[in-house]
Design a protein around this ligand. Sequence first.
Ligand SMILES: Nc1ncnc2c1ncn2[C@@H]1O[C@H](COP(=O)(O)OP(=O)(O)OP(=O)(O)O)[C@@H](O)[C@H]1O
Length: 232
Amino acid sequence: MLELSAVQSGYGETQVLYGLSLEAKQGRVLAILGRNGAGKSTTLKTIMGLLPLKSGEIVFDGKPIASRPFDVAKSGIAYVPETRDIFPSLTVRENLEIAAKRFGAAGSGWTMARVLELFPRLGERLDNGGTQLSGGEQQMLAIARALLMNPRLLILDEPTEGLAPIIVKLIHDKLNELKTEGLSMIIVEQNFGFATSLADDVVVVGRGQVVWTGSAEEIRADQAAQHTWLGV
Ligand SMILES: Nc1ncnc2c1ncn2[C@@H]1O[C@H](COP(=O)(O)OP(=O)(O)OP(=O)(O)O)[C@@H](O)[C@H]1O
């Protein structure tokens, strides 16, 4: 579904990705793991067109991916950044409506009612401003907003960062529901247990390249790889 081949990218003069290749498959969850600064977020930003592709290729559903973020989103990839990027001056309802209006295909897939069914907590907070939400509620809103774009691929950057264990469990269960429904996902995570219990496939990034590829079961069983690449 999404294939990166020999991708080089970075920030201005600073190169971060040195020939990174990976594949996210249809109907599966891919976890991208790696130590701080390995290049995981940079990989996601390059996919989304937020950083320029210096060389290499990114192919989505058989075609080269769009280069501008809006067009990447339009093509069916929704991205939940590490910063969540809730509009702070808008209410929960307004945050959701913007996504639904801009990207939602009328009458198909995800609707406001369906995302509120997934996250009832948001239904109780519809008139609250973005800044009045807890970290967990912001993450729920960011995911709900991404779903309203009716993506074929959902990309999440560290969805559990800074969240209390009970909210981490809730987010885990919701993402698991989405997985069961067949939604393809890429998840960047520092939380090894969270990532490997959701993922089918795993790649580990180290210094801007993929250094390990296998299944979630394989990395859970491979203590040497965990130690070498993740410091677990
Ligand atoms: N805006 C930026 N300008 C310059 N360099 C950056 C910028 N953002 C990140 N970097 C550098 O790029 C490298 C990779 O960062 P990246 O955010 O992709 O790491 P990561 O694997 O996602 O880890 P983390 O868990 O810390 O986010 C790091 O060395 C980081 O310092």
